[in-house]
Design a protein around this ligand. Structure first.
Ligand SMILES: N[C@@H](CCC(=O)N[C@@H](CS)C(=O)NCC(=O)O)C(=O)O
Length: 406
């Protein structure tokens, strides 16, 4: 194997990249996670001064309660350090330190606080500028009440019931949905009380209480329940609220993305998507005749395609003891998946990150799938193999199926 050494060195690449981004992370050699973001507030700290806050949060940045606290720290630009807690193997010192043993926890100037809501209120108390509760006393009281309500009004329980609980039948699912929609109606109404896109007249702890949960729900529900919050005309204010949050730099630093959130639900909770978690985009979905043409070509010529893949893609290197038959089967499976996806589009449940999930697939089969799809995506040639429109649809579908594999 010879790979020409014509690409720049890592040092040169790093230097050039850094000219074009101010994003930096610290390295944590030998630890998990291996890198961590640098809090914006640390810039404000004079040298050799200890940050006043220590945040304990989960190693994987999955915890929505930790996100609340992290969000507030970044909004207020408070200098803080982070200690990561591995929830799958919680250290005894953390269990001894925090009565609930849950994350987040924090020490604020040496004083331990736990429960995300209580940490938010304690931060507000100690670091009042910029305020995340309104100055007007009446509005302040309402905001504080809504912060409490966010913990006690059943929103989360009802939402996660709809998302995660397996219903006994369609009626029960419809009931779960109706209960959830009634909760969203309440939020929609609350968002209308004050001018502007937020719960009260400026961005506040109320927004922070809801954002990590609503974010995850907005990502997960379309995939796992075929239900949409974003773009749903029933919830114009919630949609405007999402837009407004998106403008906030602190939110951009702490938020996750839809794909991460959706993979997480599958891996962590073993949830099964109702349809395809990676829907073809609108343009590709409309091109039904091109997708059908691509599927027809692939199905009709699959024997040749499989032979070509086995011979030229490098996939045979994965054969244990030279036995190519299992590899051939996995190639065949992934090509059929691609053809099915081309024909049935968004109704085909893709493998979608089963590695590590409840229905773990064999990682070798996943590797074969990845090679197969990457190979055919680039191998296909228009108009030699199919029309240009079909080739475009073919590549779009191969990309989506490929993205669902791990
Ligand atoms: N009410 C708590 C909830 C915190 C919580 O549930 N944290 C989860 C992670 S998302 C946790 O620590 N789980 C670990 C465990 O249950 O042992 C808060 O608001 O801080």
């Amino acid at each position: 194997m010879s790979i020409q050494n014509t690409i720049s060195s890592w040092e040169d690449l790093l230097e050039t990249a850094r000219k074009n981004t101010s994003a930096r992370r610290v390295k944590r050699p030998g630890q998990s996670p291996s890198t961590a973001p640098i809090p914006i507030g640390l810039d404000k700290l004079s040298p050799n001064t200890k940050p006043p806050v220590l945040l304990y949060r989960d190693t994987n940045s999955w915890c929505p309660f930790c996100e609340r606290v992290w969000f507030a720290l970044e909004e207020k630009e408070i200098p803080f350090t982070t200690e990561f807690i591995d929830l799958s193997n919680k250290p005894q010192w953390y269990i001894d330190l925090v009565p609930t043993a849950l994350v987040p926890g924090a020490t604020i100037e040496g004083k331990l606080v736990y429960e995300s809501k209580d940490i938010l209120l304690a931060l507000e108390e100690r670091f009042s500028s910029p305020p995340l509760l309104p100055e007007d006393p009446q509005e302040n009281a309402i905001a504080r009440q809504w912060v409490e309500d966010a913990e006690t009004n059943g929103f989360r329980e009802i939402a996660y019931k709809f998302l995660r609980q397996t219903p006994t039948d369609a009626d029960e699912l419809a009931n779960f949905q109706a209960a959830f929609e009634a909760k969203l109606d309440e939020l929609e109404q609350a968002l209308g009380k004050y001018p502007g896109p937020y719960f009260v007249s400026s961005f506040s702890l109320v927004d922070i209480m809801y954002s990590p949960h609503l974010d995850r729900l907005a990502a997960n529900l379309p995939v796992y329940r075929d239900y949409h919050i974003k773009g749903n005309p029933r919830f114009p204010r919630i949609n405007a609220w999402f837009e407004a949050l998106n403008q906030r730099p602190a939110y951009q630093r702490v938020k996750s993305d839809d794909t991460t959130n959706n993979l997480l639900l599958r891996r962590r909770w073993g949830a099964s998507p109702v349809g395809n978690p990676l829907p073809l985009d609108a343009a590709a979905s409309q091109e039904i005749q091109y997708r059908a043409e691509a599927a027809e070509r692939l199905s009709d010529n699959h024997e040749v395609a499989i032979k070509d893949i086995l011979k030229n893609s490098g996939v045979q290197a994965l054969a244990a003891n030279g036995d190519i038959s299992a590899i051939a089967q996995a190639v065949d499976f992934h090509l059929r998946l691609l053809a099915d996806y081309l024909i049935n589009g968004n109704n085909v449940p893709l493998p979608w990150g089963r590695v590590g999930g409840k229905e773990s697939i064999d990682p070798t089969s996943a590797a074969v799938g990845a090679i197969t799809l990457a190979y055919v995506r680039n191998r296909i040639c228009a108009p030699r193999d199919m029309s240009a429109g079909a080739a475009t649809a073919f590549r779009a579908a191969a990309d989506k199926v490929l993205a669902s594999i791990y």
